[in-house]
Write a protein that binds this ligand. Sequence first.
Ligand code: ADP
Ligand code: ZN
Length: 595
Amino acid sequence: MTRALNILQETFGYPAFREPQAAVIDAVINGDDALLLMSTGGGKSLCYQIPAMIRPGCGIVISPLIALMQDQVAALRQLGIRASFLNSTLTAEEVYTIESSLRHGELDLLYIAPERLNQNRTLDLLQTVSISLFAIDEAHCVSQWGHDFRADYLALNQLHQIFPSVPRIALTATADARTRSEIIDNLGLNNAHQFVVGFDRPNIQYRISLKTNPRNQLLEFLKTEHPSDAGIVYCLSRKKTEDTAEWLSKQGFKALAYHAGLTPEIRAEHQRRFLTEESVIIVATIAFGMGIDKPDVRFVAHLDLPKTIEAYYQETGRAGRDGLAANAWMVYGLQDVTKLRQMLGQSQGTEQYKRVEQIKLNAMLGFCEISTCRRHALLAYFDEASREQCGNCDTCLVPVETWDGSDAAQKALSVIYRTDQRFGVGHLVDVLLGQETDKIIQFNHHQLPLFGIGTELTAKEWQSVFRQLVAGGHAIADADRFGGLVLTEKCRPLLRGEQSIQFRKDPVQKTAKKLTKTPLPEDIDIALWEALRAHRRDLAEEQGVPPYVIFHDSTLQAMTELMPTTLEAFADLPGVGIRKLDKYGQGFISVIKQH
Ligand code: ADP
Ligand code: ZN
């Protein structure tokens, strides 16, 4: 383990291990199998990279993300680690060169796509060389229960038989209990040490508000908090991603669309620009993201509601992998729920599947409507205990006011019932407010005893009541009836006035201003920061790698704080190992000195 700590400090430039890196590394160095469940950005990679450097032979990393192998390998080479990858993008000649260095024991790490690994040719090759370990990245792909299942992953089971003495380490950021047990079963990891690290992402600030004018809301958020940051904006439809990207470009942002309907070339190009340029915003459907390893994504914005809390967690989790402050921002409305329900109704799934998805969607809406800490609720959803107040979500920062809505709930539910559970919120509100619209007259609803009994609240407030009743599972927006609200069993005690209910007041203030917490420290020397970034950009362009491969933002930030002017002081910065000190120390020091 002394060796491991040395590598951490000298090669990677970090002072100490995080939990539970040391224990994982120890197990793998000793030749044991391991399963590591750790949130994105937690630091999983080191857990196989360091053992691969210490154990004799080459470490084989199985990763489904061909597009990312190149960057991962580039980042390792920057550190002086002998890494390569084998995938379908290489020429025969390149493959030959890599295989030959593998045979000659000149590689510490080799990244391989699963479909390639499973070829007999590759397996034969691997049996003739010395292998230090197998790292199975994104191990949840082996689970049929999860959403990223890949048949190629199932075949990885054979590694165990073919290479019984080579330790295997499986890694994932997404695994509920069921997925975890499938990973263990399908990969034969019954004797593996299990390391489970919580789901919390403390550097991500969660904020959710009502959709009023989504484009303006997004624009204000971007302008005040992320004027030149890289980020992802998620939308439900392909068309909307294109429209939004175009509109953002007109507003002066570098915005690119990404969805499954674009040609593979355009998609690859947009992903490449997102990874290699700075300040690029990707406007995407959920087709974008799996394994996006870009560490400096500063925000993830949702213009539409994700289908499930799991999806929300995954998508927002792409922000802030480098550990610096990042925002998860969302606007939502009841119309999102109706739309998602319609899509679900038309989908091919079984009734059972649809029922589960409905429940999950409702949980997602409920999550939006809570008046308590978002993080606490999110972690509780994954069965993880946490503090009641995190201090870094909208409800902690600007506490939500609540009011006794028992009376209003009773009226709202009664209106649904008395109009035969067929009408949407707009019409129901008209009944409560006593509006004599054509539709009201047409259905004779002005004759109802309830007509006009709700004038104590505004139309907006009634909309909020209905939304919260849906979020609480007291009513459902029925897709088959064009979003008409239908009562559920759960509403009975409220309807009868036997139960009280608290509603959250929709915040009226503009939350963005109040919450502004830019990723950069307030007292940062902006001029120096920009000068360092420009220097990093030049270096990156010279070598054709993404800027973060040179240094992460956190290292640049430390430069602005400590302003090292000697190589000795420079070596103390986090993320500066021997190789990078050698290669880049002088250059950055000159920028600092000039400044
Ligand atoms: P994961 O694969 O779990 O999403 P990574 O392995 O990419 O996370 O690590 C996330 C970030 O944390 C990287 O920038 C990595 O260099 C950094 N990191 C990992 N371990 C440490 C450590 N012990 N000290 C400081 N930074 C670390
Ligand atoms: Zn909180």
